[in-house]
Design a protein around this ligand. Structure first.
Ligand code: CLF
Ligand code: SF4
Length: 535
């Protein structure tokens, strides 16, 4: 991790905002419902997003988050979200964004969005909700800023409230316009809001934001970052005061805000943020962003994990974010947007069948409860056996959903990564890879990049794996394991770990420290140019 000299050189008063913003360290008067998981005894937990269930938080909050794939790590195995790209304009410039492409906060750069009018968006939502009944959340996340396009954003929400009343509405914003629109957000029952906050110190902010457009003027440098910071803090406090669950997204930019994000975590927790999502900077020259062109790199897997781990005990962490595109459709980690392009929607018969959706979601709930029970049982069994060491390893898992080990190695486009010890199996992230199996045959040239993506893991749990990748993984020190096909992930991971410990004890294997892993930059290559531009 690199240090940030500027962050430490600024006086504490730099963090003080305007209006309702309290100075650093001041006690805030916030309602319990919006107070975040840290207020209800989850200090030190890896993640509110990986919370086990209603026992971790008040029922009213659990009811809000339990089917939201971003706010509940458990839910993300079972429930889907979709975004509608109705918000093309933005009121600030981030050095990691090129607006010819999707919003880098919430999208994979390099993938072109199909921008929609509110009417087209509503038709698309209704069509997707009919086809994907486990889709529970509709988000507006760009491709610009949702609140820099308030008419399009709120027109969409207004129509959806009438036509798809069971959907949760969600919004993502840079926060600049937020304080002016909190009433509107509440009017449409949007009770999940994400603010991207990369700094609480304008001296850090001016390295990230070259300008903002504010009060009919373009502001630059420190002044721009200061106004943005003050508006973000005020907006967060206002949402908390209204009981809206607020998630903070932060882009980790090595050398600029890496250590500073620990301060961000503290400040947003103090102001009632429910979750903090620390995401890696995606930065390649071909994206045409300032950071891409100036060679600013993103973090490695261990750098990202180190900052996330350092924030444990502060605001609770989300670690399952997929940095979705602004028109993403499906489970986190899968992308079905190609099935719902405007020309395809024209051909579809669309009926919004609320009963069908509910009955499907009841089945999903049964599967989710089974996963939860299996996880609790496996953890309880693991805890019952006394262990004399604190050995912890990472394990990669091939899954296509449902919380089970159920994907072939060759079909994986992302591995889920779990941190496993004798008594825990915690989701700590994911790693995108290019699919090894192409057209029925393995592409051996992809193997080195797959190995690099999970190089920090001791094992990879798969449903099936061919001889060639098995040999390459083994040679690299990552054990391929196909003994837990169809098993729930936590149970499988703990099962493998117990077996590993037994082999260590018998001398059959020697424990080796693993190295770092590479975070894949950018879009899935096979989707990069597949979507046409619209209005
Ligand atoms: Fe979309 Fe964001 Fe709502 Fe989720 S995404 S607006 S909170 S419904 Fe989720 Fe995607 Fe990460 Fe965003 S995985 S980028 S955190
Ligand atoms: Fe791009 Fe989003 Fe930043 Fe606006 S807020 S410049 S759309 S990353």
């Amino acid at each position: 991790m690199q240090t940030n000299a500027n962050a430490s050189s600024m006086p504490a008063t730099t963090y003080v905002g305007i209006g309702q913003i309290k100075s650093l360290g001041a006690k805030l008067d916030l309602p319990e419902t919006g107070g975040g998981c840290g207020t209800v005894g989850s200090e030190g937990k890896a993640s509110c997003g990986s919370s086990d269930g209603p026992e971790d938080m008040p029922k009213a909050i659990w009811d809000k988050v339990k089917d939201h794939p971003c706010y509940s790590e458990e839910a993300h195995h079972h429930f889907a979200r979709m975004h509608v790209a109705v918000a093309p304009a933005c009121n600030i410039q981030c050095n990691y964004c090129n607006r010819k492409y999707d919003c880098s906060n919430e999208s994979r750069p390099g993938v072109v969005s199909q921008k929609l009018t509110p009417e087209q968006a509503v038709r698309k939502v209704v069509a997707v909700a009919s086809e994907i009944p486990q889709m529970t959340v509709l988000g507006i996340a760009g491709p610009g800023d949702a609140l820099a396009n308030p008419k399009k954003t709120f027109d969409t929400f207004r129509m959806l409230q009438e036509q798809a009343p069971d959907l949760k509405l969600c919004i993502s914003t840079n926060g600049l316009a937020l304080p002016d629109l909190v009433d509107e957000i509440c009017k449409y029952n949007v009770d999940h809001v994400t603010i991207t906050i990369n700094m609480v110190d304008p001296a850090v902010g001016e390295k990230i934001y070259p300008w903002i457009f504010w009060n009919h003027k373009r502001l630059t440098g420190y002044e721009a970052a200061k106004v943005l910071h003050e508006r973000q803090m005020l907006g967060l406090e206002m949402l908390t005061a209204r009981g809206v669950l607020t998630k903070i997204n932060s882009v980790l930019i090595p050398g600029i805000n890496d250590e500073h994000l620990i301060e961000v975590n503290r400040e947003v927790k103090k102001r009632g943020a429910f979750l903090h999502n620390i995401m890696p900077l995606i930065s390649e020259a071909e994206h045409g962003t300032v950071f891409g062109l100036t060679g600013q790199r993103g973090p490695t897997a261990s750098e990202l994990k180190a900052v996330q781990d350092a924030c444990m005990g502060g605001a609770n962490l989300m670690r399952h974010c997929r940095q979705c595109r602004a028109d993403a459709v499906g489970l986190l980690g899968e992308d079905r947007s190609e099935e719902f392009t405007l020309d395809k929607l024209e051909q579809m018969d669309v009926v919004y069948d609320l009963d069908k959706r509910r009955s499907y979601q009841e089945k999903v709930e049964i599967e989710r409860n089974a996963q939860h029970a299996a996880k609790q049982e496996a953890l309880a069994a693991a805890s019952a056996v006394p262990v004399g060491d604190d050995l912890t390893v990472l394990v990669a898992v091939a899954t296509k959903g449902g919380g089970r080990v159920n994907e072939h190695f060759g079909h994986v486009t992302e591995f889920q990564v779990f941190e496993v010890s004798a008594t825990k199996a915690l989701f700590v992230g994911h790693r995108r890879v290019d699919q090894y199996c192409q057209g029925g045959a393995g592409d051996d040239e992809q193997l080195p990049s797959v190995v690099r993506a999970i190089n920090d893991c001791h094992a990879v749990l798969v449903a099936k794996i061919g001889a060639c990748p098995r040999d390459e993984l083994t040679a690299a020190g990552v054990e391929p394991v196909d003994a837990y096909v169809g098993e729930f992930i936590e149970k499988a991971a703990l099962g493998w770990f117990n077996d590993y410990r037994a082999r260590l004890a018998s001398g059959a294997v020697v424990h080796q420290h693993r190295g770092d892993a590479q975070i894949r930059q950018g879009a899935y290559t096979h989707l990069a140019d597949s979507v046409a531009l619209a209005a």
